[in-house]
Write a protein that binds this ligand. Structure first.
Ligand code: HEC
Length: 261
């Protein structure tokens, strides 16, 4: 009976081996991102490079419509200066319903949405694909292997096999990370595609990592504040626990002395 209960618990948790084998797990390798761990922080220059990769490649198809241009200047983000944010926004046009016409974008405007119908918006993709490869969407594999959505995105960008096939009138590209092995996104990166200023590694793998970090920031822009608040809470609770212990000792000290007398 007990054995049976444990067995069914394991199956429910997705630990039954047959379930793991059956899941369409793509190949995703772990990357040590600067933002991992309880003290991890985003790396500003990396987010700036990722923004550039996004702008010069991904934005041709994908939107980022939950992010405002002004967020690029936020603490914990790419930290562009106010002038840089203005200049960045001004490269784009937005439709303004008040004037019923297009005008150059300003910092409070949002990034554009996807321009290609089947290309998903990338604002929250890094969180949406967290635990992507877990059996039946459970968080188990990332716990064991330690990877999340950013690793998955980098793996998709690096995972092209070079094979192509046509299916129902559209071209699919062989990809080792995308579940099923075939993705409708043409390889968006190639070596030295982007010129970084200051110069930095612009191999496909490095650009994939930078843009994945950038998309982790768009999905969780307040990560650094959240971790800081958590640390303060832990320190405060530790302090409180010590104070309560000492207070408790002091209050009962007389009673204890009486007991011994
Ligand atoms: C030429 C258009 C195009 C470009 C450029 C492009 N993508 Fe895509 N992307 C697509 C399409 C189409 C899909 C949907 C693929 C599918 O569902 O098979 C997609 C899907 C994705 C997915 C989702 C995979 C999933 O798990 O559903 C991610 C992540 C992604 N793209 C990231 C990027 C990044 C990062 C860049 C820039 C480096 C980029 N894309 C550039 C067209 C594009």
């Amino acid at each position: 009976m007990f054995k049976k209960t444990i067995l069914s618990a394991l199956v429910v948790l997705g630990l039954g081996t047959s379930q793991i084998v059956a899941a369409p797990v793509g190949e995703v390798e772990d990357i040590n991102f600067s933002f991992e761990g309880p003290f991890g922080t985003f790396d500003e220059p990396q987010l700036q490079r990722g923004l550039q990769v996004f702008t010069e490649s991904c934005a041709a198809c994908h939107g980022l419509n939950l992010v405002a241009y002004r967020n690029l200047g936020d603490y914990g983000g790419p930290r562009l200066s106010p002038e840089q944010v203005k200049a960045y926004a001004a490269q784009f046009e937005v439709f303004d319903i008040e004037i019923d016409d297009y005008r150059p974008a300003i910092p409070p405007d949002m990034f554009a949405g996807s321009t290609m119908e089947n290309a998903p918006d990338l604002s929250l993709m890094a969180k949406a694909r967290k635990a992507f490869s877990g059996p039946n969407g459970l968080v188990i594999i990332p716990l064991v292997k330690g990877f999340g959505g950013a690793e998955y995105i980098a793996a998709v960008l690096k995972g092209y096999t070079g094979e192509e096939k046509e299916e129902a009138g559209s071209i699919l590209y062989g990809n080792t990370a995308f579940p099923g092995g075939w993705i409708a996104m043409a390889p968006p990166l190639f070596d030295e595609m982007v010129e970084f200023e200051p110069a930095s590694d612009n191999s496909t793998a490095a650009m994939a990592k930078d843009v994945a970090a950038f998309l982790m920031w768009t999905a969780e822009p307040k990560m650094m504040e959240r971790k800081k608040a958590g640390l303060v809470a832990v320190l405060f609770l530790t302090f409180l626990a010590v104070m309560l212990y000492l207070t408790n000792k002091k209050i009962w000290a007389k009673a204890k002395r009486k007991d011994h007398a």
